[in-house]
Write a protein that binds this ligand. Structure first.
Ligand SMILES: [Zn+2]
Length: 254
């Protein structure tokens, strides 16, 4: 507590110091004040602390902030590393699996479906139909195996249609298999990216919500200390000027 002779008692060691050599606790920032109050139950806002012990507390507080940020960072990094290494699923090589389990029949079905769905097929087919009809109507070269209304051609077309449908379905089943495997792969990759994204969010939040304020508080502490140093220098300068003045005065008097 300060008293009339300009002295105050340091809350830490109980010694008396001039008021300029320290600070009252109500002049300190909340976190620092709380820390002192934690260790010295009797501390009140009117308590006094000398500069020497205040410096200890400030450095302590900075260490604490750095340490807690460090711990938090390590924790997040551990989680991130674990998530990155955690590929406990297998990415299916869709093309390889499909070509491995493909039978001869399926390969043929694929080829037929591909050819059946092309313009080449349509043009060839139209040409065959036209030739068939023209031959049987005009009796060219004496050919006359399927006269109008082309009953054999009809049967022939029905057979082709009947076979083509299951072949196309076979081919479609295979592309459905491919889609299913692709979707499964995508699902795993998405799941993993989402998890990683979450952790990155946590990292960013930590940076924003505790590391930044801590950095700002640290620079504030530094500014406070610098301000005190400036005050000290100012005081020394004034004393120096005073000293010179009195020296000059005494020389004049002689
Ligand atoms: Zn002290």
């Amino acid at each position: 507590m300060g008293d009339e002779n300009g002295d105050a008692q340091c809350i830490v060691d109980g010694k008396r110091y001039p008021v300029e050599a320290g600070m009252y606790l109500h002049e300190l920032r909340r976190p620092l004040y709380n820390q002192i109050k934690n260790e010295h139950r009797t501390a009140t806002p009117q308590s006094f602390i000398c500069n020497h012990h205040l410096l200890d507390y400030r450095i302590n507080r900075i260490d604490q902030m750095i340490h807690s940020d460090d711990l938090h960072n390590q924790r997040i990094n551990r989680r991130l590393t674990k998530a990155l290494q955690d590929d406990n699923y297998e990415v299916t090589d869709v093309n390889k699996v499909l070509s491995d389990q493909q039978t001869f029949g399926e390969r043929v079905a694929d080829g037929v479906a591909r050819f059946g769905g092309s313009w080449t097929f349509i043009l060839i087919f139209v040409a065959i139909l036209a030739t068939w009809m023209v031959l049987n109507v005009t009796h060219l070269f004496g050919v006359k195996f399927d006269p109008y209304p082309f009953i054999l051609l009809n049967l022939f077309l029905s057979c082709i249609a009947a076979i083509q449908a299951p072949i196309i379905m076979m081919s479609q089943n295979r592309s459905a298999d491919r889609d299913r495997m692709d979707a499964e792969n995508d699902f795993h990759v998405n799941l993993k990216s989402e998890h990683e994204l979450r952790i990155l969010h946590a990292k960013l939040d930590h940076l924003n919500q505790s590391q930044m304020p801590h950095t700002l508080e640290i620079s504030r502490l530094q500014l406070e200390m610098m301000g005190e140093i400036r005050g000290e220098i100012e005081k020394l300068r004034m004393e120096h000027i005073k000293l010179n003045q009195s020296k000059e005065d005494s020389e004049h008097a002689r």
